[in-house]
Write a protein that binds this ligand. Structure first.
Ligand code: GCU
Length: 332
């Protein structure tokens, strides 16, 4: 998308500017920040980040823009965290779970049934009173969190039968995201959790290495997991945020003014993505049904009960407990 309207007029990209090698799709700017993303370019977060890039270019007179690299082109989420740390990639959208590997306190944002609704989650994620300290807590490891997107509600799906109660998960290998919390969660829910990057899941189910996965309706339909695991059961056990990470060095290389513009536009991106998310989930469910998937609504009370031990097991520091309490308090 070439930028047409440009208030102050654009300077030509610096001669031989190494950064400005973004493919078609990125507006021109002196610095094109790379954003790693593991889903396709039509997903709400990608759309919102792409628009953020355009607004950033306009409002910084062409000093900065963003280019989103979707579909794990820069690597699976776990790899992209490392690329951000190394300064090779400027930004990445990663599931909150992955940051537990850098500071276990992140778990408070990622526990099963911790949020009552998307509104509750969004109120928590971008309230500096709640998440401010957490988001800057791993700067010594070269990671700064700038904020979080709601990424829908996750439920289990598998290739053999609808899940009505925890016992129905017995003997099933379900892919989970790469954090110990998720593996343990799936075990408590009655099955076996197998950590894996998102891109490998389809083939793993198809070949029988896995029986299923757990994700929102959009990923389920988009990555065509409905073809290989047609039973989607609304356990609604997780709402894992996608956090936007960068390195302090990269972010602080912008002037204070440009950073302020970025953060302001980021708030707008959260709102845009939020609105798109609800629609995308409904449309994805319909698309999956069309493709032959069967959805069922189990009673979630037994699942909620089953995962309760995770709270004591995972909230092991005062900071994590305090954070969890703040998250819950925001629900009221
Ligand atoms: C969702 C989520 C991603 C996450 C993915 C996964 O798509 O938004 O951040 O990586 O699920 O299950 O790996």
């Amino acid at each position: 998308v070439a930028l047409t309207a440009c208030g102050g007029g654009f300077e030509a990209p610096a001669e031989g500017s190494a950064e400005n090698t973004g493919g078609a799709g990125a507006p021109e700017a002196e610095t094109v920040f790379k954003v790693a993303f593991n889903q396709n370019a039509d997903q709400p977060e990608a759309v919102a980040m792409t628009n953020l890039g355009e607004h950033l270019a306009e409002r910084t007179d062409g000093r900065y823009t963003l280019e989103v690299f979707p579909n794990e082109t820069l690597g699976a989420q776990k790899d992209t965290v490392e690329l951000v740390q190394a300064g090779t990639v400027d930004f990445a959208l990663v599931a909150g779970s992955l940051l537990e590997n850098f500071n276990p306190d992140f778990v408070a944002l990622n526990l099963p049934y911790v949020y009552d609704s998307q509104e509750h989650q969004e109120a928590v994620l971008n309230d500096p009173e709640i998440t401010g300290d957490l988001y800057t807590s791993i700067e010594d490891q070269n990671i700064r969190v700038l904020g979080g997107f709601s990424a829908g509600t996750r439920s289990v799906y598998n290739s053999s039968h609808p899940i009505e109660k925890p016992e129905d998960l017995s003997g099933l290998k379900i892919r989970v995201m790469e954090s110990d919390t998720n593996t343990r969660m799936l075990e408590l829910m009655g099955g076996t959790g197998t950590p894996m990057g998102q891109g490998e899941v389809y083939t793993a189910i198809q070949s029988g290495v896995l029986d299923g996965g757990e994700n929102n309706e959009s990923i389920y339909s988009n990555l065509k997991h409905d073809e290989v695991a047609p039973y989607y059961s609304y356990t609604k056990h997780l709402m894992i945020p996608d956090l936007l990470i960068t390195s302090p060095e990269i972010f602080d290389s912008m002037s204070e003014e440009d950073r302020a513009v970025f953060l302001e536009e980021l708030q707008a991106a959260f709102e845009e993505s939020s609105e798109l998310t609800a629609t995308v989930m409904t449309e994805s469910q319909a698309a999956a049904e069309e493709a032959g998937a069967e959805f069922n609504e189990p009673d979630i009370a037994p699942f909620r009960e089953a995962v309760k031990p995770l709270l004591d097991e995972k909230l092991t520091t005062d900071t994590a407990k305090d954070l969890y309490d703040k998250v819950r308090a925001a629900a009221e």
